[in-house]
Structures are given as C-alpha cells and as structure tokens.
Ligand binder design. Structure first.
Ligand code: CO
Length: 211
C-alpha cells in the first residue's frame, strides 16, 4: 500500500467511528461553523492545533505558515484574519510558536536558502535585529533560539494589533483578545508569553482614527 493510500483508509475508519459514536456528527458540523478561536501557528507537523489543545473539528479556525508569521502584505493570512474576525466573530486570536522552530533557527544563520525562503525568513531577522541587545547577551545557542521564538510570537501579536481588521473589531465589538503562546516540543506544554486585550493602545503611528 502506498503511504498516501493509508491516509485515505484511515480517513474512512475515522469517519465510520465518528458516526458510530454520534449519528448526527457530520450533519451538525456541515451546517454550522462557530469557532471561538483563530489559531495562527507554525506549519511544523509536530504542532497540530486541535491535537495539542484537545479540541474537536469546528472549535478552532486555523492558519499555519513557517514560523507563525503575521506579515501585513500576506493576502492569505489577512483573508483568514478578516474572515475569522469580521464574519465568524472569533473571541480570541492565538499566535502559537514553538521551541525548536526550524524557521527561527534558519533565520539565525547566514545561510542562503534562496528565494522565496530568504524573503520569508527576513521577517524573523527583523525581529532579531529589534532585540539584538537582549539576544546577544544569551550565550547558549538553544536558549537564544528559544528566546527568539518567544520574541517572534510577541512581535506577531503586535502585528495583528496594527491591522485595521483588529482595530475595527476592538472599537466596535470589544473583541478579540489576542494571545501569544509558545508550545514545547519536549514536554507538550503551552506557555502563554504575551496578551493584548481589546482596546489596548499601540504606537500611535499605527492607530487608525477613522475606522
Ligand atoms: Co516552526
């Protein structure tokens, strides 16, 4: 059997098991999607949003990319954000990074990963530059990388707050609450490192006054 055929076979078994446990499972999900959370996580296969939070289909709206970045010109991410915030009306947006992130490690090197990876990793190098003084005090490479993972998550949450999508929802509906979390591959635990409640003031340069 080919590896991908196993996926299809497992899918059949999973669907059968779900219906056996709850006859209306798929009928209910097909008609309604009201997730309370938007998850912006890393594409890393070891950090599956539903599994590590023990949530079910329908509970978390998910966007994943390399190193969980919020890039203000990324139409993909912004579409997901706008849909989740303006239409699904999620109450929480979670940026979840993870220790040992390959994207973060790559950005700390001087290796040429060629376009387009260089372009993507540049965003992480910018976070490093902003926090160069703090990071270069850390001698242990793994500890330095872990700290950059945390700083990156904090920076991405702040990028969310700079969007008119978030600012409009904050002004009109006092939501969503923004969270920065880091998942540990070694112990499976999530550590909250940052949060911004609706209405938090940011650098006035980024605040829109005609929302
Ligand atoms: Co990663």
């Amino acid at each position: 059997m080919k590896t991908y055929e196993k996926l299809l076979l497992e899918n059949k078994a999973w669907a059968k098991e779900k219906v056996e446990q709850d006859h209306e499972y798929f009928d209910r999900l097909a008609h309604l999607q009201t997730p309370e959370f938007l998850w912006i996580g890393c594409s890393d296969s070891r950090v599956p949003a539903n599994e590590i939070t023990n949530t079910q289909p329908g509970e978390i709206f998910v966007h994943r990319n390399v190193a969980n970045l919020v890039v203000h010109t990324d139409v993909n991410l912004l579409s997901v954000l706008d849909y989740a915030v303006s239409h699904l009306k999620v109450k929480h947006v979670i940026v979840c990074g993870h220790y040992g992130c390959g994207g973060i490690k790559a950005a700390m090197t001087n290796h040429d990963f060629k376009q387009v990876l260089n372009m993507w990793l540049r965003n992480i190098k910018d976070v490093y530059r902003l926090h160069r003084d703090e990071l270069e005090m850390i001698m242990d490479e793994e500890a330095k990388c872990d700290r950059l993972v945390e700083l990156n998550v904090i920076e991405q949450v702040m990028h969310l707050a700079k969007t008119s999508i978030i600012q409009r929802a904050w002004k009109n509906e006092q939501r969503p609450h923004l969270h920065g979390w880091v998942y540990g591959l070694k112990d499976g635990l999530i550590k909250p490192v940052f949060e911004m409640e609706a209405g938090t003031h940011i650098d006035s340069l980024y605040e829109y006054d005609d929302l």
